[in-house]
Ligand binder design. Structure first.
Ligand SMILES: [Zn+2]
Ligand SMILES: [Zn+2]
Length: 643
């Protein structure tokens, strides 16, 4: 008999050679229906895997990220099979699962809409055939011979790149065999709903020197409700694409002459500055000091910090009077020099030192995506220098500050603690103290968190903070990182109460992460309908004809004097057109229409975006209302997608 241990610690005994699916059936028929693969010691296996020794296992379902991956990747095999059935002789390349679904690349002319429909219905046929996925391990030579005989040149290239002696596996379902590490679902019938999402050209291995292949993106789900929900969110996400909204709100643009570096337009500068003002307001409450360190610093600094050895390929390097310099890819080393600019006593600690540093990092041009992946960005960094006994309170302070900031934007968040991995520097004892400090802070904070065992950087444990936007998409923005490396490298000390020199404890933390990326995230989160305090234009004043420009102008002047950003739309367009543009494109929170009645009574009807007409207001009354809304940083209504 062998003992199987489940994630909750429960164990059951089975005869040797019992398969994973038999175990799932033994537990419950419901589980057997849902389970897709099994995780054993961190590795994934097919459900047909037979146990020969005691094992700790976890069954993976569609609700697990790894389960989804198996489900989607299995569907990609089926889609490739469908393509080869319809277009015999098509060479297939690779078909991985991605964040949302999967793709498969084919050596084929561009697929037409009609082709895609045919492929979709063929996939549905294969699903009905409920073909089993069979795994077979073969030698490198056998694999080469097999794929050569079928003229699958891309597979041959992949196998040739594998090291000698590597176990090669292939998976066969029906008449289709693919080179694959696995694992796969038991049979094609497990797939319930499938949809092709798009198709486009893609170079083999992403290299423009290689052949242009055709990539088909698809997705699959265990139920039609899940597919419908996905499509609804996807449609909304397309409407909210931050690059599109950035144009509509006239916030920023990108130009070929500066790949991956945004140009901020007037409205973009306003929003960025407001994000910074608000950030300073909250940091001031928590007694942070703010510094600015240079953009350009010599090689010597980057050698001390270790970046020259480990990160040079990502840095922009330049030369002056025979000395190499680098543009900073992060603010930390500058911050370390600042700390060393004088002696520090234990009484000064903790010192919370922030810096909005503009950093540059090299990125592959193919990876650049709007504001989400850029070459230059502003990091809202801070370094906290402290004593060992201050770790817990300082971490707790950072989490509470993060909470205030994220809640202001209506962003939910989750927390994860990463602990020491196999590669690490520093004494084990220090790691224990540091990790215990982080854990104590999280426990006292009281929100649930997950532990990512072994995921810490080599220089210290960390807490990652993930935000979830209004469409349910998660982003890692905040991070609180304990660092045992830089204080050593820079010899950062303080004088303790016995006049002894002590090594200072330091954390790095960022809350927005990158201001650019955060702007992209909240643009999509709000769908461009910013809260009043953050909207680049807060009120649009629209006279119905130029007869009322005088009165309208006075309204604009008074609103501006009250501290609001006001647009005076005096174009001789139809009022309906002006409203549609202000509301639908520029997404201005308030619109005031000024005509004869308004001029006579001094009262006007106010339109609020997403709400329409909210009634008649006198100017003072209106100013009181919007001042309160601005000061409270009220969140706009209706930005969360109704699901
Ligand atoms: Zn596969
Ligand atoms: Zn840092």
């Amino acid at each position: 008999m062998i003992k199987i241990t489940f994630p909750d610690g429960n164990t059951r005994e089975y005869a040797e050679q019992t398969s994973a699916i038999e175990i799932a059936k033994n537990i419950s028929p419901g589980l057997a229906k849902e389970v897709l693969a099994v995780e054993i010691g961190g590795k994934l296996y097919d459900l047909s895997y037979k146990f020969s020794k005691d094992s700790k296992i976890k069954f993976l379902k569609f609700s697990d990220d790894k389960g989804k991956e198996v489900y989607w990747h299995s569907t990609s095999h089926i889609m490739a099979q469908a393509v080869v059935r319809i277009f015999p002789g098509t060479k297939v390349a690779i078909g991985p699962a991605i964040e949302q679904g999967f793709y498969y690349d084919f050596d084929h002319e561009p697929f037409t809409d009609e082709d895609l429909l045919k492929i979709e219905s063929e996939v549905n046929k294969i699903i009905k055939e409920n073909q089993r996925f069979e795994r077979k391990e073969i030698s490198r030579d056998e694999a080469l011979e097999f794929f050569r005989s079928r003229n699958e040149i891309y597979k041959v290239e992949l196998i040739e790149a594998l090291p000698e002696g590597e176990t090669i596996s292939v998976y066969t379902n029906g008449e289709f065999t693919d080179l694959c590490r696995g694992p796969h679902i038991l049979g094609s019938g497990t797939i319930k709903k499938f949809k092709i999402l798009s198709s486009s050209g893609a170079y083999w291995r992403g290299d423009s020197k290689n052949a242009m292949l055709q990539r088909i993106y698809g997705i699959s789900f265990p139920s039609s409700e899940e597919l419908e929900m996905f499509l609804k969110i996807r449609e909304e996400a397309e409407k909210r694409d931050h690059r599109k909204l950035g144009r509509e709100l006239d916030l920023f643009s990108f130009h070929q002459e500066a790949p991956g570096i945004p140009f901020y337009h007037h409205n973009g500068v306003i929003v960025k500055q407001l994000l910074i003002d608000y950030w300073r307001y909250e940091h001031n409450i928590d007694k942070y000091q703010e510094i600015q360190t240079p953009q350009l610093m010599t090689k010597a600094l980057w050698e001390t910090s270790g970046h020259w050895m480990n990160y040079k390929d990502n840095m922009f390097v330049t030369e002056m009077e025979g000395v190499e310099n680098a543009i900073k890819p992060m603010n930390c080393p500058g911050g370390m020099l600042w700390y060393k600019s004088k002696l520090h006593s234990y009484r000064e600690l903790p010192m919370r030192v922030s810096e909005l540093g503009h950093v540059h990092r090299k990125e592959f041009s193919g990876a650049l995506t709007g504001l989400f992946r850029v070459i230059a960005f502003t990091q809202d960094d801070a370094h906290i220098f402290m004593r060992e006994d201050q770790i817990k309170d300082e971490i707790l302070g950072v989490i509470r500050l993060t909470h205030r900031i994220y809640k202001t934007f209506g962003l939910d968040y989750s927390l994860a603690l990463s602990t020491r991995g196999e590669k690490y520097i520093g004494a084990l004892e220090n790691w224990e103290i540091a990790t215990a400090g982080l854990k104590a802070a999280l426990d006292e904070y009281g929100q649930e968190y997950i532990i990512n065992e072994g995921d810490a950087a080599f220089y210290g444990p960390k807490i990652d903070i993930y935000v979830k936007n209004a469409l349910g998409k998660a982003w890692q923005c905040g991070t609180v990182q304990l660092d045992m490396n830089l204080p050593e490298r820079f010899d950062l000390t303080y004088i303790d109460e016995n006049s002894d020199k002590k090594r200072v404890i330091m954390i790095h933390r960022a809350l927005y992460g990158s201001l650019e990326r955060f702007l992209g995230i909240i643009l999509e989160h709000f769908g461009g309908f910013f809260p009043l305090w953050l909207a680049p234009i807060q009120v649009s004043v629209m006279p119905v004809s130029d007869k009322y420009n005088g009165f309208a102008n006075e309204v604009v002047r008074k609103l501006t004097a009250a501290g609001f950003r006001v647009e005076f739309d005096e174009r001789s367009e139809k009022i309906g057109y002006k409203i549609r543009e202000a509301e639908g494109i520029k997404k201005i929170p308030y619109m005031l229409v000024i005509g004869e009645k308004e001029q006579d009574t001094g009262k006007f009807s106010v339109r609020q975006h997403k709400k329409g007409n909210i009634g008649e207001f006198g100017l003072d009354e209106f100013i009181t209302r919007i001042t309160e809304e601005k000061e409270k940083r009220t969140l706009p209504e209706g930005y969360k997608l109704e699901l």
